[in-house]
Each structure stands twice: as structure tokens, then as C-alpha cells.
Write a protein that binds this ligand. Structure first.
Ligand code: PLP
Length: 371
């Protein structure tokens, strides 16, 4: 759950427009569809052309900046945000450390586009970041809890040692979101996140953001966005802003339900293994307690075999078989179908906003009938 400082950021974010409103203004930021803005004489207006900046982006960036307590630049997807950071911060001869067990597109993108440019990539499993020597790295990329296995490393410790080695620390905070974990407060230089997931939460838009307290980083990724031209759509930015208004409430329900369900799964004979950062059985439970304000909304559940996993996913009334996560509806998928290095019966369950006990009754009944 959000800590006290975060809660005050949420309240501030919800009311940030109030002080600026004049009678007759809409309470929420309008969706502005425009490619060009009135720009006479010296081009000093806040908005000129739609690839540079727009009122709808600016509204979302202001709200996200309050939550992150740092400047924020939005991108059309989480991958666009990650690409902007890697492309602007790395050059020929640099070494970058990436998680071997994190979101696979990050590795694929780096291997496909950075390797040919002379950037050296090294991989490390998330739990091994604690023992990793960061000497010689320009950038250390962290994803904790990692997607999909929910392994954890200690951000403050990584940041301290990576900084001593002269490296920049980037944290992909998608799985926990800014409400569950604040990497910038733990010493990270840059946060990247896919807001397609719980932050938007309505499974109707893709978006991502970069947040940092280092102005040179923000300037560089903003310039990358302008020059490379991968820009968020106005509707998507507006939808994500709309999702943001109920984000804290949704996330609280999702995390509470996920915690309860993980505990009950642990006791259940039909389930072989449960990975959930909030459980006392998680290998990094002490780090979790130090750096996360909840166990998150994702549960890794291992069934005895692939077939049992598929039966659970398809038979449960309130589980939608789908990739991605963080939506209002509970979704699940067997990650081995993508070639992830997990057991054939491993399911990533994304717990939604359904009433907790109704969800559990459905799961319990479905588990009872597994063959
Ligand atoms: C989904 C995801 C991304 C990519 O986000 P998109 O919005 O799909 O581009 C990046 N990192 C993690 C951890 C993710 O789960």
C-alpha cells in the first residue's frame, strides 16, 4: 500500500488542477486534438507543433511528476520509454548490464540494435545483482520484481555500488508502479515504466514514461522523442490520465486481493509453488519489506503440469486468458508459451479489481475440479 508520503502525492495529484480553474472550466484536462497551435513571431508559445509538446501530454506529465516526485516524459509505450533511455545514454564502447530474467523485449531490443552499435551487453539474473561487481559498466538496468518470475534485488544497494563504479542506475518499475516502490528515493537515477499495465489499468491504451531528477537525462529523452518521432497519441495520453484518477484505489484492491490469494494458494494441495513478494516464503522477503510498500498485484503460481495450468485459466469464471497485466479484470497466462525460462505449469496471474472473496470462491471451486 502507498506509504504516507505517497498518499499525500496522490491527493496532490488529484487536486492539482483545482487551484488553476476558472468558473466554467472543465474539472479534468480536456482532450485536445491538434497538430499545430497558434505560433506568431518568435516561437515562444508553450505549444507549437504536435511532435514537440501538447496540452494533453503536459497534463499527464504534470500528474505523473507529482507521483514520481521527479520530472517525467511520456512515451507511446513502455518499450518506447526504455528505448529512449538506452539509445540516449549508451554509445560505442559502453557496457550495459541487463537482467537475464526480466522483460524479454528489453534484452531483444538491446541485442538487436545496441550490439551492432558497439555497446557490450552483459546479462545477470535479478537475485544475483546483490553479488555483481559493477566495475566497468556505464549503465546498470534493474527490474525488480522481475517479470515474470517476481525475483527481487535491493535497489539501494545496487545504486550505492553502481554509483561507486561510475554507472547510471535505471529501474524498470512496471511491476510495482510508483505507488508500490519509489526507485528514485532509493538512489536510482532513472525510472522507466510501462503505464499500459496497472497505472492506466483499463486495458485500453499503451503508454510509458521516463522519470528522473537529473535534468540532462530528461532533456535527452525529450529530444529523442522529438527527433525520432515516436510520440504518444492524444487519446492515449488522455485515457491514461483518466485511469490515473482511480489508480491508487484500484492498486490497493489488487494488491490486497493478490496478497490474500497468494497466502491461500500456498496452502492449496493442487498448487505446487507460489511466488509472491509479499509472502514470508519469498527468498528476498527482507528486501521486499525494506523497499516495497506492498507485495504487488502479480502472483506466480505453478501447477503440476501445463494442462492443469491451462484448465485453471480457461475454467475459472473470473480469469481472462490474456497476456499483459495490471487491468481491472483478473487475467492469467502460462508464460512457458512464450519460451520464458519457467516451469511448464507456471502461470502469471494478474489479480484485478473484482471483490476479493468472490474471486477467491471462483478460484477455490476451479482448483477443486482440476484433473
Ligand atoms: C509490459 C512491460 C514493458 C513494456 O511495456 P509496453 O507498454 O508493452 O511497451 C516493459 N517492462 C516490463 C517489466 C513490462 O512488464
Amino acid at each position: 500500500m502507498p506509504n504516507a508520503e505517497n498518499s499525500s502525492h496522490v491527493a496532490k495529484m488529484l487536486h492539482r488542477r483545482a487551484g488553476t480553474l476558472r468558473p466554467g472550466d472543465p474539472l479534468v484536462p480536456p482532450l485536445v486534438a491538434a497538430s499545430a497551435f497558434l505560433l506568431p513571431g518568435e516561437p515562444n508559445a508553450p505549444f507549437g507543433y504536435g511532435r514537440w509538446n501538447t496540452p494533453t501530454w503536459a497534463a499527464l506529465e504534470t500528474s505523473l511528476s507529482i507521483l514520481e516526485d521527479a520530472d517525467t516524459v511520456i512515451f507511446p509505450s513502455g518499450m518506447a520509454a526504455i528505448a529512449a533511455v538506452l539509445m540516449t545514454q549508451l554509445e560505442h564502447g559502453d557496457r550495459v548490464l541487463l537482467p537475464s530474467d526480466g522483460y524479454y523485449n528489453t534484452r531483444s531490443m538491446a541485442e538487436k540494435y545496441l550490439t551492432p552499435q558497439g555497446v557490450q551487453i552483459e546479462l545477470c539474473a535479478t537475485p544475483d545483482y546483490g553479488d555483481k561487481d559493477f566495475t566497468g559498466f556505464k549503465l546498470v538496468f534493474v527490474e525488480t520484481p522481475s517479470n515474470p518470475r517476481l525475483d527481487v534485488c535491493e535497489i539501494a544497494d545496487v545504486a550505492r555500488r553502481a554509483h561507486r563504479a561510475g554507472a547510471l542506475v535505471v529501474v524498470d518499475n512496471t511491476t510495482m508502479t510508483v505507488l508500490g516502490q519509489q526507485p528514485l528515493n532509493l538512489g536510482a537515477d532513472i525510472v522507466v515504466a510501462s503505464d499500459t499495465k496497472a497505472l492506466n489499468g483499463h486495458s485500453d491504451a499503451l503508454l510509458g514514461h521516463v522519470a528522473s531528477r537529473d535534468a540532462s537525462v530528461l532533456d535527452a529523452v525529450r529530444e529523442w522523442r522529438t527527433l525520432a518521432g515516436g510520440i504518444p497519441g492524444q487519446l492515449e495520453a488522455w485515457l491514461v490520465h483518466r485511469g490515473l484518477e482511480s489508480f491508487e484505489l484500484r492498486y490497493e484492491r489488487m494488491c490486497t486481493s493478490a496478497g490474500l490469494i497468494a497466502e491461500r494458494f500456498l496452502e492449496h494441495p493442487a498448487i505446487v509453488d507460489v511466488v509472491y513478494p509479499g509472502l514470508p516464503t519469498h527468498p528476498a522477503r527482507e528486501i521486499v519489506a525494506r523497499q516495497m510498500s506492498s507485495g504487488g498485484s502479480l502472483v506466480g503460481v505453478t501447477f503440476a503440469h501445463a494442462d492443469a495450468a491451462e484448465q485453471f485459466i480457461t475454467r475459472a469464471e473470473y480469469v481472462i486468458p490474456a497476456t499483459s497485466f495490471g487491468g481491472t479484470h483478473t487475467t492469467a497466462e502460462r508464460r512457458a508459451r512464450w519460451g520464458d525460462e519457467v516451469a511448464a505449469g507456471f502461470v502469471r496471474l494478474s489479480v484485478g479489481c473484482e471483490p476479493t472473496e468472490v474471486l477467491w470462491q471462483d478460484f477455490a471451486a476451479t482448483l477443486q475440479e482440476l484433473s
